[in-house]
Design a protein around this ligand. Structure first.
Ligand code: PEP
Ligand code: MN
Length: 339
């Protein structure tokens, strides 16, 4: 619709579409309002309907979204979505960095990490309370107690927080304790969880499954958007490797520019899970940013050798601070602002 359109003109177009049994969604963006048709349209109906809509007052233009994921595509909304979480901002001119331990182990461990990562320039604190582990015998996270620690440390240190939600029923309690919900790689296609997170008012960090295609990731994001949650950040965290001898996963660095071309949603890179080794985190992080990522999520632990999960890939606070200096340097080259 044109800028400064009258509500009655919007309603007239919505009615016109709904009369044909099709569903609409309203998507405000910048100074334009888009009216999306998310139901499948019979090709014989599409052109006549487009022509009828074009004659309505207030209509700027009609576009056919050829991508199967509608709301997620740039055809639908060309303006990049900016997701703000506290001082962190993804999708705009800034590079924002999320950091913290894989698992929340104690108040002291998380507090010590939070102080260090904030000092180094990170703007969101991560920490897992519910851990999706390959083995049921591995540490499963502090769960409810972990959520409480995360909320307290976030408050005490002055950082917004993100944590993974693994169960549909936990969405409200996790949303109550944190500023952003993480949907992990293993749950990328847990459609009930996507619907529940899509109904939450918290921004969502959606990680790509290790064997998920780019289209599957975008369809997963579409579930969130279709439920009304527009604040979605995508995360490339490494896909199944050809060879696990040297890295845990393979960072699909080209997924970053490909995603940025197809979708208006911000994209970040997780160099920790992508590589599995602390010494490879820096090259993977910088490659991701150079490829156009809007930010990073990095695992940091005050004593990686004592970590209850993912110690091998966790940076010490010192190494994280050094990484952040390199991030600042790369930000200058790619003309982004460091967070
Ligand atoms: C994590 O962030 O600690 C995690 C489990 O990540 P992923 O879902 O990408 O494996
Ligand atoms: Mn981890």
């Amino acid at each position: 619709m044109k800028a400064a359109v009258a509500d009655a003109d919007v309603q007239a177009v919505v009615d016109l579409i709904r009369e044909r049994g099709l569903t609409t969604v309203l998507l405000p963006g910048g100074d334009h309002l888009a009216i999306g048709i998310t139901s499948a349209i019979d090709p014989g109906v599409r052109e006549p309907l487009a022509n009828t809509i074009r004659t309505n007052a207030g209509v700027s233009h009609v576009v056919h979204v050829s991508r199967p994921y509608k709301l997620t595509s740039r055809e639908f909304r060309n303006q990049s979505t900016v997701v703000n979480v506290g001082r962190a901002s993804f999708g705009g001119p800034k590079v924002s960095v999320i950091a913290g331990p894989c698992s929340i182990e104690s108040y002291e461990q998380l507090h010590e990490t939070a102080v260090a990562i904030k000092e180094a320039g990170a703007t969101i604190l991560r920490g897992g309370a519910f851990k999706p582990r390959t083995s049921p015998y591995s540490f499963q996270g502090l769960q409810q107690k972990g959520l409480e620690i995360l909320a307290r440390v976030g408050q005490d240190v002055g950082l917004p927080t993100v944590t993974e939600v693994v169960d549909t029923h936990d969405v409200p309690v996790v949303a109550q304790h944190t500023d952003m919900l993480q949907i992990g790689a293993r749950n990328m296609q847990n459609f009930a969880l996507l619907v529940a997170a899509g109904r939450s008012d918290r921004p969502v960090l959606l990680k790509r499954g290790p064997s998920a295609t780019i289209d599957e990731l975008l369809f997963a994001a579409e579930y969130l958007l279709n439920e009304g949650n527009r604040n979605v950040v995508l995360c490339e965290r490494g896909i199944l490797p050809l060879d696990r001898t040297y890295t845990r996963n393979t960072l699909d660095v080209m997924a970053v520019p490909v995603l940025k071309e197809i979708t208006h949603l911000p994209v970040i890179v997780d160099p920790s899970h992508a590589t599995g080794y602390a010494r490879y985190v820096r090259p993977a992080a910088l490659a991701g940013l150079a490829a156009g990522a809007d930010g990073l999520i990095v695992e940091v632990h005050p004593r990686p050798h004592e970590a209850l999960s993912d110690g091998q890939q966790s940076l010490t606070p010192q190494d994280f601070a050094a990484l952040m200096r390199a991030v600042d340097d790369v930000a200058v080259v790619i003309r982004k602002e460091a967070s």
